[in-house]
Design a protein around this ligand. Structure first.
Ligand code: NAG
Ligand code: NAG
Ligand code: NAG
Ligand code: NAG
Length: 209
C-alpha cells in the first residue's frame, strides 16, 4: 500500500492533491480506510479494511487524515473513480475495470477488465495492479448512491438501493456537472419510504420487509 502511494507521488510529483485521493487503503494516520467519498472501515492488523462501514456526518468527506471525516473537499479521499484527468490516459470505472479516455477527457466506451486478483488504480502506467484482498482500488466498492443518482439524472427522492427495510431513501441533486446524492432516514412519525409516492409514509408498503 505504501508502495503504491510512493509510486503515485513519484510519478506525478504532486504531493498533497494525490496522496489524499487514495481509496480502499488503510491510512497510517487514522487507521481507517476510506471506502467511498463519505464512508470508511476500520483496518485489520495487516492493513486490510474490514468490518462495519461507517458513514461520515452530513456534508463531510472521508479523508486519510487523523480526523477521518473532513468538511474540506480538497482533503477528500476516493476521488479518482471515473475520472479522466488529462494526464493518465484511462479512467477506472469500477474497482476492477477501466476505460480509455478521449482527447477531450471523456470516458470512452472502450472498457476493459483487470485480471482476477488485480484492481484498477489510477496511476501512470498499468491500470491494473495486483492487490491483496482488493485494497487500493480507485473506485469504491460501496458507492451505490452516486451511481444511482448518475443513472436517474434527476433531482428527487428515490428508494435506497437494496434496502428492503424501506427505512432510508436517497435524495439526488445536481452538483456542478455531475449528479450526487445523500442518504436520509425517514422520520419516526413516517418511518417508511414509499417508492410509489416518493415520500415517507406511516404505513409500511407491501413490498418492504
Ligand atoms: C472501529 O474503530 C473504532 C475506534 O478505534 C472503535 O471504536 C470501533 O469499535 C471499531 N469498530 C469495529 C467494528 O471494530
Ligand atoms: C485476505 O483475505 C483472506 C480471507 O478472505 C485472509 O485469509 C487473508 O489473511 C487476507 N490477507 C491479508 C494480507 O490480510
Ligand atoms: C442490489 O440490487 C441490484 C439490482 O437492483 C443487484 O444487481 C445487486 O446485486 C444488489 N446488490 C447487493 C449487494 O445485494
Ligand atoms: C444528517 O442527515 C440526517 C438524515 O440522514 C438528518 O436526520 C440529520 O438531522 C442530519 N444532521 C445534521 C447535523 O444535519
Amino acid at each position: 500500500m505504501q508502495r503504491h502511494l510512493l509510486r503515485l507521488l513519484i510519478s506525478l510529483g504532486i504531493l498533497v492533491k494525490f496522496s489524499q485521493s487514495d481509496c480502499n487503503i488503510c491510512s497510517s494516520e487514522s487507521n481507517v480506510a476510506c471506502v467511498s467519498k463519505n464512508q470508511y472501515q476500520n483496518c485489520t492488523a495487516n492493513a486490510i479494511p474490514s468490518g462495519a462501514v461507517y458513514t461520515c456526518p452530513n456534508n463531510t468527506y472521508c479523508t486519510g487524515f487523523t480526523e477521518k471525516c473532513t468538511s474540506t473537499e480538497a482533503f477528500a479521499s476516493c476521488n479518482d473513480c471515473k475520472k479522466c484527468d488529462g494526464i493518465i490516459p484511462f479512467a477506472c470505472t469500477s474497482p476492477t475495470t477501466f476505460a480509455l479516455c478521449s482527447a477531450v477527457n471523456e470516458i470512452t466506451s472502450y472498457e476493459f477488465s483487470c485480471s482476477t486478483g488485480e484492481v484498477c488504480l489510477l496511476q501512470l502506467g498499468n491500470p491494473c495492479v495486483a492487490s491483496p484482498n482488493g485494497t487500493s482500488a480507485s473506485c469504491s466498492y460501496f458507492a451505490v448512491i452516486d451511481d444511482l443518482c448518475t443513472q436517474k439524472a434527476s433531482t428527487g427522492r428515490y428508494p435506497y438501493p437494496n434496502d428492503s427495510s424501506c427505512l432510508k431513501y436517497v435524495y439526488c441533486f445536481r452538483k456542478g456537472s455531475t449528479w450526487s446524492g445523500s442518504s436520509w432516514q425517514c422520520p419516526s412519525s413516517k418511518p417508511y419510504f414509499s417508492a410509489t409516492t416518493s415520500s415517507c409514509v406511516v404505513t409500511k408498503p407491501a413490498t418492504c420487509a
